[in-house]
Design a protein around this ligand. Structure first.
Ligand SMILES: [Zn+2]
Length: 156
């Protein structure tokens, strides 16, 4: 019985430790170096950035925000536009992966980014609300706004 209590305690401590570490990571919103939105992927970060031609570029970074080649990673995106779902395919372009076609007209729709570590891996789905209006506080497009983490709770 004593043994059981000990392992339960150990598990609880371990679980709370993991939780705290995760919470800490998520408090900090990393501004995308290209002006895009940073999402967490296996082994680091990826930046979702919509170019002026409305093609999507994805750039991978390591934990220290150094650019890393896409390597074997496979990316696809599904734009859930009001006019219908559009799937975007990506091809290598310099340090990034760039979609072969542009996003559908307009904004205010959801984009599901699918990132796979390699062609055989299970896809990681990342949802991005695509809004292009510029945030008055951080001067970034809403989809890439970095103010979200700053919940200061002030009134008016
Ligand atoms: Zn902002």
């Amino acid at each position: 019985m004593k043994q059981l209590i000990h392992s339960t305690l150990a598990l609880l401590i371990l679980a709370s430790g993991v939780y705290a570490a995760e919470g800490h990571d998520h408090d900090k919103v990393i501004p995308g170096p290209k002006g895009g939105r940073i999402v967490e992927v296996e082994g680091g970060h990826a930046e979702f950035f919509v170019q002026p031609d409305k093609k999507v570029s994805i750039t991978f970074y390591d934990k220290d925000m150094k650019v890393v080649p896409a390597g074997e990673q496979v990316v696809a995106a599904i734009a859930e536009a009001p006019t219908g779902k559009v799937k975007l395919e990506f091809e290598e372009s310099g340090d990034s992966l760039v979609s072969t076609s542009a996003l559908p007209e307009g904004d205010g729709y959801r984009i599901v980014l699918q990132v796979k570590a390699n062609a055989q891996a299970k896809p990681q789905n990342l949802r991005i609300e695509y809004h292009t209006e510029v945030c008055g506080k951080c001067n970034r497009a809403e989809y890439a706004c970095i103010c979200e983490g700053e919940k200061d709770g002030h009134g008016h």
